[in-house]
Design a protein around this ligand. Structure first.
Ligand SMILES: [Zn+2]
Length: 360
């Protein structure tokens, strides 16, 4: 989970142009659970048991989902208390990538980004962020490209302190911990945050662990702070070889993103859109095979530039072997298990019994 020191790969920061809010249809608010199921309305007076009466059904909660107006109004009022944090977290958890971006655009345009960071970010002890951490988070969130992290800021703790040099996301605590050596250079801190917060976001949305998690965490930094293409195969396969060649972990897994939920999938697709290697991350079997055929033999514990040349050649070989159609196909979804036969309701049972009785 820790950031790997990648010599020579720190691209200079160029502020990314914040794209205009796309007019993507917002998801409709979730429908409240019906208080009355249809069958309850037709309880015949035949003494049938086991049918819930309407009065026994739990009443619907009065408060609806948090709205964007509530979020903006709270920030305009300068609210940064824990209840506001919870409210903002609830709001952004319900947003997809476009919805997160649209609201963060408003927050930035209204000059509320600093208040947003003070409202959402807490350390392990519930304290708001200091000046340097705020500056690093501002650098991340002003790009407009990491807006899916809005919910992560409101739900994952970020602590800076004496962590023996460690920079990592701890899944068991849902906590990002940064040794104070992360401070001193705002862009370096922003790079680290873009990476570690990816792990937190990935963890909350069904993402896999291993090299694919690390590789996309590296891509998140490039995606946020640069505009060109990058080589995702280098990032993912390079992580696998890094653990083998530097950390003596030959079994370090490649991992997969099979269980990524739609919001994580959107973010992965966005990052994958700038991948010059067309890595088959959506097809775990192909991902594994192409690793073995092209990248497994390359030593990661060598001069960075020599490594990059070898990776470039392996990437070309991989893509050439795909022939005409270089775009990898996603894994076929597993066939859905046969749905169990729905139990008949008591009324149906009654009619079946009646039908049998009259010989229908
Ligand atoms: Zn990491």
């Amino acid at each position: 989970m820790a950031s790997i020191n990648r010599t020579g790969s720190n691209a200079a920061y160029r502020p990314a142009v914040s794209t205009a809010a796309r007019s993507v249809a917002r998801p409709p608010p979730p429908r409240p659970a019906s208080t009355l199921r249809p069958r309850d309305a037709f309880v015949p007076s035949t003494g049938l048991r086991g049918v819930a009466k309407a009065s026994q059904v739990t009443p619907v909660k009065e408060s609806g989902p948090v709205t964007e107006t509530q979020v903006i109004d709270a920030l305009k009022a300068g609210k940064t208390d824990d209840a506001t944090r919870t409210m903002i977290g609830d709001y952004f958890k319900a947003q997809d990538m476009a919805g997160s971006h649209a609201t963060m655009e408003k927050i930035r345009q209204e000059g509320l980004l600093d208040t947003f960071i003070q409202a959402t970010v807490r350390d392990e002890n519930g304290k708001p962020p200091g000046a340097e951490l705020t500056a690093g988070l501002t650098r991340c969130m002003e790009t407009g490209r990491l807006d899916v992290y809005a919910e992560t800021l409101a739900t994952t703790s970020i602590s800076v302190g004496d962590y023996e040099g460690k920079l990592e996301y701890r899944p068991s605590d849902n906590a990002v911990v940064l040794d104070q050596n992360a401070l001193g250079d705002t862009q370096n801190l922003a790079n680290i945050l873009a990476h570690e917060l990816f792990h937190a976001f990935n963890d909350a949305h069904g993402g896999g662990s291993g090299a694919i998690n690390e590789g996309f965490g590296i891509a998140a930094r490039e995606y946020a702070f640069t505009d060109g293409e990058y080589n995702l195969a280098e990032m993912v396969y390079g992580t696998k070889n890094f653990y083998r060649d530097f950390n003596a972990q030959p079994d370090y897994p490649l991992g997969d993103m099979r269980n990524a939920d739609p919001k994580l999938k959107e973010f992965l697709d966005a990052m994958g859109g700038r991948d010059s290697s067309l890595l088959a991350w959506e097809n775990p079997a192909q991902l594994e095979r192409e690793y073995q055929e092209n990248f497994e033999g390359i030593n990661r514990a060598q001069d960075w530039d020599t490594w990059l040349v070898a990776v470039g050649e392996a990437t070309t070989k991989m893509l050439d072997a795909r022939g005409e159609d270089r775009i990898p196909k996603p894994e076929e979804p597993a066939p859905a298990p046969a749905a169990p036969e729905a139990p008949k309701n008591p009324i149906q049972n009654f009619f079946d019994w009646l039908r049998k009785l009259i010989g229908g």
